[in-house]
Design a protein around this ligand. Sequence first.
Ligand SMILES: [Zn+2]
Length: 330
Amino acid sequence: MESYGPCGRKHVVGCLWVLWTASILLLAPDRAWSWGCEGHQAVAMIAEKHMSPHATEQVNKLLRGVPIDPTLSRWCSSQGLDLMSDASTWADDLRKVQPEASSWHYIDIPRGAPRSALAESCPASTGCVTSALEHQIEVLRNDRSTAQTRADALRFVIHLVGDLHQPLHCVSNNDMGGNCIPVDFFGKAPVEKNPQFESYFPNLHSIWDFGIIVRLMGRETVAQWAGSIDQQFRSRAGRWEKAGIHVEEWTWESHELADSVVYAKLPVVVPVEKPQPMKSCVDDNHVSARMLNLHEQISQQYVDAVAPTIDEQIAKAGVRLAMILNQIWP
Ligand SMILES: [Zn+2]
């Protein structure tokens, strides 16, 4: 069988991604990334298929008028991408120069928590993906803001709608959104990347952000993959649009999918942990070492079981991003 681990890919980007991940893990007990380059770009490409001509024109005008700082180191290649797809990964690059915005990419709702107020999981001091997205939509809507502020807000909105739809960005089982669950991914055994923080790669979060998507794409380009997902869910888009813009509702939906799909389909049951604050995978009695002992083996069976959810979340994120932009620029 063809090897699909990031370094098994024909593209150099896969190997670089691993090196980059490893180097960052050496620096800090960082957590959740995002959908990888492909996931975020696909969300933007699907959104573009659902945007009004006015929204498309205004988005491109704003992104063209205030280009991304050329000194910002970009992880994903911009080659061949339109402005919006290129903008979709900017917020992750920004974390290197604006680490205080890192908490905007996720929300740690304890696994299995029933729907209630989100405030407990979204500290006002740091913010979370839900509050950050709602705030950036308001900034974008305010035409008295400077062009720079609005362009930044637009790039955040494009990115954060994507992150919100990655179920592991809306949950924590004392595992930092699955970052502390080492997994064997198609025979690639988990390796400890940082003994100080007890972080491993591959882990459950990384395969959801990136590893599984690369397998699902196969030999397709991102544009082809996004196009086929959009086609697949065209008949449901009307229903999603009719339901309106409800960022908190979308957060809970994503949170519930973490439990009912991401964890539920794992070959070995992961017990629900009693919630406690986490700084790294060392906490909660060495959670990653305990999870390593479960010997989770991710094979085609898991990929087949979760693929419909990944496809639908990417499609929903695209349609909902378009809804937000169409509401601002009808
Ligand atoms: Zn992100």
